[in-house]
Structure formats: C-alpha cells, structure tokens
Ligand binder design. Structure first.
Ligand code: DC
Length: 202
C-alpha cells in the first residue's frame, strides 16, 4: 500500500530534518526534491543547457558532491523557474511518491502540484532571520565561508524567486498543516510533524 507525505516550505526552514525524521519514524523512503534542482543547477554552472540537463538527470546525480553550496542553491532556484525543467522531473517524483511501502517527499510544490492527492501534507516554515542563522551554522560546519548578511540576502532572494514564479510557486496546499519552527527545538518540530502524519494515517 502506498502512503505519501508531502512536506513543503522555504529554504532552511527545517524541512530536511523533519522529513528525514518522519521517514525514519514511519519506515518510509525519503526524496529531497531540492537535490533534483540542485543537480540541474550544478550542470548549468558547468555550461549545460538547463532543459537538456533536467531530461538527462539520473538518480546517481543526486549523490554528487558539491550540491549544498550557496552558488548551486541559487542556480537551482533559477532553473526551477523554467516550466520545461520542472516538467522533465515530474514523472520521477510521482513514481517515487507512489512506491510501495510509502514515501516522504520534501520540496516547494509537492502538496500543490506533484502529489496533490498525498495522504499527509505539511508546510514547514520559519522567519527569514532564523533560517539565515541556521543556514550559516550549517555552511560553517561544512567548512564553507559566509557572512550572516550574505546568507540572509541569499535566503530572501531565493524566497522571492521561489514564491513569485509562475510555474508551481512556493505556497502551502489548502489542506496542509503549517508548522512554524522559528521558536521550536528540533525535537518539538519533529514531534509536531509526526503527530500530524499520525493523525492523517488513522
Ligand atoms: O530545498 P532546496 O533549498 O535544496 O532547493 C533548492 C532550490 O530548488 C529552491 O530554491 C527551489 C527549487 N526547488 C523547487 O523549485 N521545487 C522543489 N520541489 C524543490 C526545490
């Protein structure tokens, strides 16, 4: 039996942490769909055509090094505006969502466009300042150099591009449970998400 959990939200809101924890708790497979756009963005930075890169994408590309940098994130957000790039990756995401045993997918348009029929939908968000602080910590821990101001500007720029685009803009599905993680610990955010998914399963 398939069971799909759709988790959307802006950059660095804690979606990844919540998604991995929900997947582990319920024994579901997990797909971070941002990696699809990052893999295409990385290929574009290397000179490829975005639509050709999206059509040629293979599962192994999601394991590539260097997908977590700010440059690749910005490139991902830019290719994500293109309807043909998005279209090229729809079937892969839907097939993953419907795999037997169930799946958690996190991204920007999972509950609205990719899996509008998902059994559970969450929208995980936090203030831009809070997300910038978390992203800066993560970058520094991974050995990258960045300042708070540049990371905050980056978060705001991506928010605007992801929310204002015509194709599958970032927004909560009408039936999504919203979780604002600004003042929550990781354990509290994960607990709220697990409670919401449990309620959807029963
Ligand atoms: O979640 P992330 O920061 O890894 O995503 C990188 C970019 O990819 C993000 O700025 C917008 C795009 N994206 C998207 O448009 N749709 C998704 N489902 C996932 C990511």
């Amino acid at each position: 039996m398939s069971f799909t959990v759709a988790i959307d939200g802006p950059a660095a809101a804690g979606k990844g942490t919540v998604s991995r924890a929900v997947a582990a708790h319920f024994g579901l497979a997990h797909l971070d769909t941002g990696l699809l756009y990052r893999a295409v963005g990385k290929r574009v930075l290397l000179g490829e055509n975005p639509v050709a890169a999206a059509r040629a994408l293979r599962a192994e590309d999601l394991e590539a090094d260097g997908l977590r940098t700010q440059d690749v994130a910005q490139a991902a957000s830019k290719v994500a505006v293109m309807p043909e790039v998005r279209e090229a990756m729809v079937d892969f995401q839907r097939a993953f969502a419907r795999r037997s045993g169930g799946a958690v997918l996190d991204g920007r348009d999972i509950g609205t466009v990719i899996c509008p029929e998902a059994e559970a939908k969450l929208f995980v968000t936090a203030s831009a300042e809070c997300r910038a602080e978390r992203r800066l910590k993560e970058l520094v821990e991974n050995g990258h150099q960045a300042s708070y101001d540049s990371v905050l500007a980056d978060v705001r720029e991506r928010d605007a591009r992801d929310s204002d685009r015509v194709a599958a803009p970032l927004r909560p599905a009408a039936d999504a449970t919203c979780i604002d993680t600004s003042d929550l610990t990781i354990a509290q955010a994960v607990g709220s998400a697990i409670a919401a998914v449990t309620a959807a399963r029963t």
